[in-house]
Design a protein around this ligand. Sequence first.
Ligand code: ADP
Ligand code: MG
Length: 589
Amino acid sequence: MPIRILSPEVASQIAAGEVVERPASVVKELVENALDAGARSVAVTIAAAGRTLVEVADDGAGIPAGELSLAVERHATSKLAHADDLFRIATLGFRGEALASIGSVSRLTLTSRPADASAGARLRVEGGNLGRVEEVGAPVGTVVRVEDLFYNVPARLKFLKQDTTERRAIDALLTRYALAYPQVRFRLAEGEAPSLQTSGDGDRRAILAALYGVETARQMLDVTYEEDGFRLGGFISPVALTRSNRREMTFFINGRWVQDTPLNTALLQAYHTLLMVGRYPLAVLFIEIPPEAVDVNVHPAKAEVRFRDPDKVFSFVQRSVRKALLAFTPVPQVTPPSLWGRTETVRPPDGRPQVDAAWVLGHQDGDISPASGADQSPASMPQASIESRQSSIPNIPLLRLVGQIGATYLVAEGPDGLYLIDQHAAHERVLFEKLMALHGEKRLSSQALLTPVNMQLPPAAARLLEAQLPALEHFGFQVEPFGPNGYQVRAVPALFGNADPAAALRALVEDFEEDEAPLQAELEARVAGRVCKRMAVKAGQSLSPDEQRALLTDLEACASPRTCPHGRPTMIHLSVDMLERQFGRKGAR
Ligand code: ADP
Ligand code: MG
C-alpha cells in the first residue's frame, strides 16, 4: 500500500482511543473538567454501566456560548497558553483533547451557562460532527451528556467488560476522586438511588467508608507529613490489616490519580518486614509537590507522571509512611489506664507524647493484650504526624528469660524493662521464618507419617485443596486424593514433627475460600503462614524451661520478631521508665 495521510475521521478515532478506553475514562475526563471549572458539586448519572449514558453535571464556571464549538475542537483548551506552562500545570486537564475525543466516538450534548450569562447554550456532537449552538434555559454550570459510547466504533465495544466490571471501574474512580476532593459534593447514580453521595464538608474519613466499608475504614491510620515543600496526607492500613493484592494502593499527586507509579514500591518498602510475604497494605495517599517538580505530560490519559527528582519523592514517601507506621506499631507498650486504673498519659523523658495509642488495653478482664484498631473511634485516632521515638525497627534486644505464666506467656527481662511474649504468636513467627528460609534454599525435608491421616472435605473445599496440592508439596506435604472429596496425608514438613496435619489443611482451605485466586508466591507464603499457625504451640500449653529458652532464642534470630506472620504482635513491652512512673519513683506522682 502506498503511504497516505489518514482521513480526519480515522485520525480522530485513533486519538480518541488513547483517551477514551471505557465508560470510566469518560467519567474521569468529565469529572476532571468539572473540578477544573471550580465545581462545588459534581453529579454523575450513568445508564447500562455507562455504555448508553454518562452524564456529568457541575455547578462550575461554565462555558460562554461563543466558545462551545471550540471546546469540542481538538487541541482547544482554556488551561494552557504557552509551551512553558506545560511545566507548571495546576489544572487536571491541559491537552484540550477530551471533549473532542469523546465527541468523536459517541453522541455528545454539551449544555452550559456561565454565571454572568442570562441563558444557557447547547451544542450536540455526533460521531465528531458538530451541530449548531442553540440557546436553552439552564442552571449555571455545565452538563455534559455522553450517549451511546462507541456506537460508531463497534470494535471498541467488543473490548468492554461485563457491566459489573465497568460499573465497578466507575465506582472506584469516583470514590477516589471524592476522597481526593472532600470539599466537593459528589453523587453517582445509575437509576434513582445514588450509589455514592458525599457531603462536601471536607471530612475524608466519612468518604473512606464508601471506599473500604465502615469496619476497614475505621482501622485505617491517618498520615500527615510535610517536608520542605512536599506534603503527604491520607490513610494507610495498620500492619494487621492487609490485602492479598496490590489493588488498594492509591496515589494522588497534586490532585491527580496516578497509577503504576514507583511510589507503590516506596509504600511497600515502608512496610518492609512488617507484613507477611505476599500481603499488601491499603493506602490512599495524597501528595502535594510543587507543579514544576512533576511532568504530567507523559501519558495520554494522564495516569502516569514523571518526577524531576524521582529519588527525592520516593524517599519522602517511604520515610513519611514508615514514620507514621512506626508511630502506630512499636512493640506495644502498656499504657497505664486500664492496667492500673489511672487515666494519665505517659510521657517519655523528652516530653513528647507517646504514640502507642493504637494499642488499647482490654477493659473487662485487665488482659494485657493490644486490642484491635476496631475498638477505637476515629476521633481518638492519634495523628501519625507525631514523630515516633524509634527511627527504625531494631531487632529485639537480648532477653533474659524469667519464666512462663498462665501456660501462655513468657516473661523476659531486657535492657529496658519487661517483655511479655505470646508463646503462640512467637512460635508462629519462628516456624514461619524457618519454613520460608528452608523453602527458599530448597532444603525442606518431609517426614512420613507412621499412620497416614484421612480427611473428608465438602466438594467445593476439595476442589480448592486439589488446586493447592503442588504448593503443599513444595513445603514437604504429601497429600493424595483418597476417594471422592477425600484426601490422605502421608507426609508433613519435618519441621512440624507430629502435630495434627488434617486440621492445618482444613484451616488452609477455609482461608482460600475467603479470597479468590491468590498468586503463586503469595499463595506459598499463605500456605506457610497457615500451616505455622496450626503447628505452633498453643496458648495453655506449658513449656519446659528448655523449650521456653529455645523459643526466645529462635525469636531473637527472626528478621521480624515483633509480629506473627499475620501481623499480630508477639510481645508487649513495659519499659523501665513506665514502671518507675507507675510506682511513683519518677514524675509527678
Ligand atoms: P482540557 O480539559 O484539556 O482543556 P477538554 O477537551 O477536556 O480539554 O475541554 C476543553 C475546554 O472546554 C476546557 O479547556 C474548558 O475551557 C472547557 N470545559 C470543558 N468542560 C468544562 C466544564 N465542565 N466546565 C467549564 N468549562 C469546561
Ligand atoms: Mg479536560
